[in-house]
Design a protein around this ligand. Structure first.
Ligand SMILES: N[C@@H](CCC(=O)N[C@@H](CS)C(=O)NCC(=O)O)C(=O)O
Length: 233
């Protein structure tokens, strides 16, 4: 939102993967709700994306809708997104991509819920260019957030499964100053490997399926010898 408004901001990387949001220190000093994102504004720390978006929309007089009916729609979709689409998509992506202990039954259940929510979004953006009408609003920015990650992270190839969502995401990506998440956010994309390094002519699969991460692995060669390898991108 700040970037779309032509504003500069300084991103601060935090070690989310190490569960920093679970620490008392973060809750005492940054956000008692134990969540990111946080927008620091003149030493005030603002949290929860929907009120942050509303505040920025008011401040910059952008993306807020043109009349009362549109502003009501913006609120309606923001609330829906927080509870439903982004709410589920965020944890689905996290469990699917980053968790080593994701229960397949939970993933299946989440996927079914996300499928349903995407169907609702597909119908909405099939009828109008943006969520509430002809122009983009913060409802679009909220709803597109988790859908703007690469397909191997979302688990959806929208061009195949949801052509209206795909076209809507493309309209958003063409807004002046738009930047995709990995161009905007600090930190590195987690490297993921569908197959590991070749050893003795074989591909090494991670023991429980899923993806290998950079680090140190013990591999067993065809001759049965164990070998320590480091994996880098
Ligand atoms: N409703 C919140 C959701 C924020 C949220 O869930 N953030 C995740 C990271 S994307 C988080 O901090 N999770 C920490 C946790 O669940 O322990 C918002 O819109 O800001």
């Amino acid at each position: 939102m700040l970037t779309l408004c032509g504003e500069t901001s300084e991103p601060i990387w935090i070690d989310f993967a190490s569960r920093i949001t679970w620490t008392q220190e973060l809750r005492a000093t940054v956000n008692p709700m134990g969540e990111i994102p946080v927008l620091e504004e003149e030493s005030r720390k603002l949290t929860q994306t929907a009120p942050i978006l509303l505040r920025l929309s008011e401040r910059f007089d952008r993306f807020g809708g043109w009349n009362e009916a549109e502003r009501f729609e913006v609120l309606r979709w923001l609330f829906w997104d927080n509870q439903k689409l982004s709410g589920f998509m965020a944890s689905y992506r996290f469990l699917r991509i980053f968790s080593k202990v994701a229960d397949p039954a939970v993933l299946t259940w989440q996927r079914r819920r996300v499928d349903d929510f995407l169907g609702i979004l597909e119908a909405q953006v099939g009828k109008r260019p943006f969520i509430v009408g002809e122009e983009s609003t913060i409802a679009d920015l909220s709803l597109c957030a988790y859908l703007s990650f690469p397909a191997d992270e979302t688990g959806y190839d929208f061009a195949e499964t949801h052509p209206h969502i795909d076209a809507w995401l493309s309209r958003i990506a063409h807004l002046p100053n738009w930047q995709a998440p990995y161009d905007l956010l600090p930190g590195k994309r987690l490297p993921r490997f569908r197959v590991g390094p070749r050893l003795s002519g074989r591909f090494c699969q991670p023991s429980k399926g899923g993806f290998l991460e950079v680090g140190s692995y013990v591999l067993t060669t065809q001759s049965g010898r164990r070998k320590q390898v480091e994996m880098w991108v």
